[in-house]
Design a protein around this ligand. Structure first.
Ligand code: ATP
Ligand code: MG
Length: 412
């Protein structure tokens, strides 16, 4: 038995023990073993067992059991309300479309179940009685901080192209490198990603971009990103993007904005739409790309203008992205840019705290006031926008009488 002893939560230990008592093998498996071995507390636990789904149901007949994915061998047992997923050992049938196995076959051997898993660090199992089951050198790869396919990388990527992006995601999130043969196979097989559902790609890409080592992964695998987002083919700023990523907040829309910043607002939005990104991500990321195009000046008025255009939250995000890009591009006058950003950030905070008027709705006059002075249609909105500009530029106070007298001077 290996020396590694994994602390299992009581529920999980109980489930394994109960299955063992009934004569079945059972293990914690996959991400939870990987994370526990890295000294990171697992966010969830998957259990794999030799018991068939119906047998699992029988073992836990005194508990509430949900048939989550029974055709794939997964049932969920509620242990004092906490869901525990239990999946029967399985081997995947032949892959017909680079993504979906034609069927799953259950097996009585943990070895078979571990062989179908994607990477060695994800293909370890643990049970309190048997200890660690590590058939592919996962523990050693964890020590070396390496992502490597279980088995022949070309074969594994051809079975399921999404694994290409999963490899990059794990490398970015865990700050691991990718084994040489796996890396070559990633470059060679990247076009397989064209056959993978866009939603799944987007989900993996979000996690990749937010990973602490996203920069290194983007630098080494820009060809894979071009395959997913063809508009990036003309990108000339990979070095800057790679250097800037780790300096930006780990929030998907912000990191997407960095990745796509050279495309401009419309193309960035189009790229995100084609990835089936949610509306909020599309809108926020592309708006930030649009705003990144404009230079900034460290004045109170400019801070308010940003808040008007983007709202305070996105204005802060924009400055964070400018900062990340300035830190990445040390060739230019980056120290001046950084101190300008410091000042601008200060003005933005001051403005927010002071409750400055940065929206038409916050003006001390409204559309009816303007109409009463004889304006109609589009002129009303335009006039309000002009007033807002004057207020933001400190050329008039946001006071009703002052604003109305200005409008009167327009009308005359
Ligand atoms: P996390 O939950 O932190 O993302 P994880 O390792 O649990 O990490 P999941 O996507 O939840 O990742 O998958 C659970 C396990 O299932 C993996 O550890 C791996 O063993 C296996 N797995 C998941 N997706 C695939 C795949 N596409 N091909 C092969 N095995 C996979
Ligand atoms: Mg998981």
């Amino acid at each position: 038995m290996s020396e590694f002893a994994m602390m299992l939560p009581a529920n999980i230990a109980l489930v394994i023990e109960r299955l063992n008592t009934e004569g079945y093998k059972a293990y914690a498996v996959g991400g939870c073993v990987r994370d526990a071995m890295r000294g990171v507390s697992p966010h969830d636990y998957d259990i794999t067992t030799s018991a068939l789904p119906q047998q699992v149901k029988a073992v836990f007949s005194d508990r509430q059991v949900i048939e989550t994915g029974i055709s794939h061998g997964t049932v969920t047992v509620l242990m004092d309300g906490a869901p525990v997923e239990i999946t029967t050992f399985r081997v995947d049938g032949e892959y017909l479309d680079n993504r979906h196995p034609a069927g799953v076959q259950f097996t009585a051997r943990i070895e078979d179940d571990l062989s179908r898993r994607d990477f060695t660090v994800n293909a370890m199992a643990y049970s309190p009685t048997e200890g660690l089951v590590d058939l592919f050198g996962g523990a050693e790869h964890l020590r070396q901080r390496v992502i490597a396919c279980v088995g022949d990388a070309d074969t594994r990527f051809n079975e399921d192209g999404l694994r290409i992006l999963r490899a990059l995601r794990f490398a970015a999130v865990l700050d691991f490198s990718i084994a040489e043969d796996t890396a070559h196979a990633i470059h060679r097989n990247r076009s397989l990603l064209k056959g993978i559902s866009r939603e799944r790609i987007h989900a993996e890409l979000c996690r990749l971009l937010c990973g602490c080592a996203a920069g290194a992964v983007v630098r080494q695998y820009s060809d894979v990103l071009c395959t997913i987002i063809p508009a990036l083919e003309d990108c000339t700023r990979w070095e800057i993007i790679a250097d800037a990523l780790p300096h930006a907040p780990a929030d998907a829309p912000l990191r997407y904005a960095l990745l796509l910043h050279q495309l401009g607002e419309d193309n960035a939005k189009e790229a995100l739409r084609s990835l089936r990104a949610d509306n909020r991500t599309c809108a926020q990321a592309s708006r930030l790309v649009g705003a990144l195009y404009d230079d900034f000046i460290p004045t109170r008025t400019f801070a308010r203008t940003l808040a008007r255009r983007l709202g305070y939250d996105d204005a802060h995000s924009l400055l964070a992205l400018h900062r990340a890009l300035s830190l990445a591009d040390t060739s230019a006058d980056f120290r001046d840019r950084l101190s300008a950003l410091d000042a601008l950030e200060g003005y933005l905070e001051e403005s927010e705290r002071a409750g400055d008027c940065v929206t038409v709705a916050a003006l001390a006059v409204d559309g009816r006031d303007i109409a009463a002075l004889g304006l109609s249609g589009k002129d009303i909105g335009n006039t309000l926008e002009r007033l807002l500009t004057l207020v933001i530029e400190d050329r008039v106070a946001n006071e009703r009488e002052a604003l109305l007298s200005i409008v009167k001077s327009f009308v005359q």
